[in-house]
Design a protein around this ligand. Structure first.
Ligand SMILES: NC(=O)c1ccc[n+]([C@@H]2O[C@H](COP(=O)([O-])OP(=O)(O)OC[C@H]3O[C@@H](n4cnc5c(N)ncnc54)[C@H](O)[C@@H]3O)[C@@H](O)[C@H]2O)c1
Length: 321
């Protein structure tokens, strides 16, 4: 009997993905939920493939693997995976490249609209019986003809620009790795550096990976030059905005508000002042958590593993290590 391919599903995924595995008689799998468990390391050491969400896969874990050939990320960010040891061990790393851009782009607009329309304040006024305060409440902001800056013009950035055009916003794009021609073909205007353009920007949405160059990309020096009505959305990775500087800028009324789906530390400490800041709108790293997207990600994570072993994995799903 030929040996079955062992898949370890670290952290649950949508049943639609599991069903793909169930249909394959040459696969066996286990779903492992407790990412803090000591058992995890021995499980990882024995499997041929891993599906993983946000749990950390350290160098130590990867070095101890014996048969691991593929790590399939449920999502597109892979800063939780140690790349050096994966490369050394010749492990293929894949992402769900086609699954989540729309969900994240919609989430950005959801945050932008909530903040600009002062959702909490207006909603509270009616629910608390203060309907007649409507004339006293601070006014809301329109998106129409406002300047939005998209930092990072990959899958999500390119999805977001179309939605921003739906609101007739002027879109500026900061991405040193994407040409002026490509940006213009999407109807955007290329910005060469953040510092020079920031003074005219009304909203910023971040869609860069977290790395040494993007860590603290948004810091106090930049924040202090922004427009007072500027709204910042971070649905990329915590750490791209310096949280301490952001809180300071909000408290000094340097900007209007911020929407954060991601945090430097997840879950954030309850003592993190941003959790209590009225100008901040938060979600628990759920920008891609639409029902539709969870199905797409669950399926694509597993399909990437199957395609890998059947030698038909699309190149666009593979991360260059
Ligand atoms: N909140 C969520 O649930 C969620 C979901 C999906 C993705 N994400 C995050 O969103 C980020 C973007 O995802 P994507 O699928 O669009 O990735 P992508 O790789 O398609 O695009 C990233 C873009 O960032 C650009 N970039 C890299 N370094 C840069 C720099 N220093 N300055 C400006 N631009 C730079 C790249 O050229 C690329 O075009 C990912 O890093 C991921 O971590 C978050």
């Amino acid at each position: 009997m030929t040996k079955k391919i062992k898949v370890l599903v670290i952290q649950p995924i949508h049943q639609a993905g599991i069903d793909l595995l169930k249909k394959k008689s040459n696969y066996e799998f286990e779903i492992f939920e407790d990412t803090n468990s000591k058992e995890l390391q021995s499980k990882i050491a024995q499997c041929d493939a891993i599906s993983i969400r946000t749990a950390k896969l350290s160098e130590d874990f990867i070095n101890k693997t014996e048969n691991l050939k593929i790590i399939s990320r449920h999502g597109v960010g892979y800063d939780n995976i140690d790349l050096k040891s994966s490369k050394k061990k010749n492990i293929t790393l894949t992402i769900t490249a086609t699954a989540n851009a729309v969900a994240v782009a919609e989430h950005v607009l959801f945050m932008l609209l909530n903040i600009s329309k002062r959702k909490s304040m207006y909603d509270d006024a009616v629910k608390s019986g203060n309907f007649l305060d409507r004339n006293k409440l601070p006014k809301t902001i329109e998106l129409w003809k406002k300047n939005i800056l998209i930092a990072g013009f990959g899958r999500i950035g390119q999805c977001l620009i179309k939605r921003c055009h739906g609101f007739e916003m002027n879109v500026f794009v900061y991405d040193p790795f994407v040409s002026k021609e490509v940006i213009e073909s999407f109807g955007g205007k290329k910005v060469e550096n953040l510092e020079d353009s920031i003074e005219k920007i009304d909203a910023i949405s971040l869609h860069v990976p977290l790395n040494d160059k993007t860590k603290n990309l948004i810091n106090y020096d930049l924040l202090k030059n922004m427009k007072k009505n500027c709204i910042i959305i971070n649905a990329a990775r915590g750490g791209v905005i310096n949280e301490f500087d952001l809180d300071r800028a909000l408290n000094e009324n340097l900007i209007f508000g911020a929407g954060l789906d991601v945090f430097e530390k997840e879950p954030p400490d309850q003592s993190n002042p941003l959790l209590k800041n009225q100008k901040v709108f938060l979600s628990p790293h759920t920008a891609a958590f639409t029902e539709e997207c969870m199905i797409r990600m669950g399926k694509e994570t597993i399909q990437n593993i199957i395609d890998f072993f059947e030698k038909k994995l699309d190149k666009s799903k593979i991360v260059k290590l």
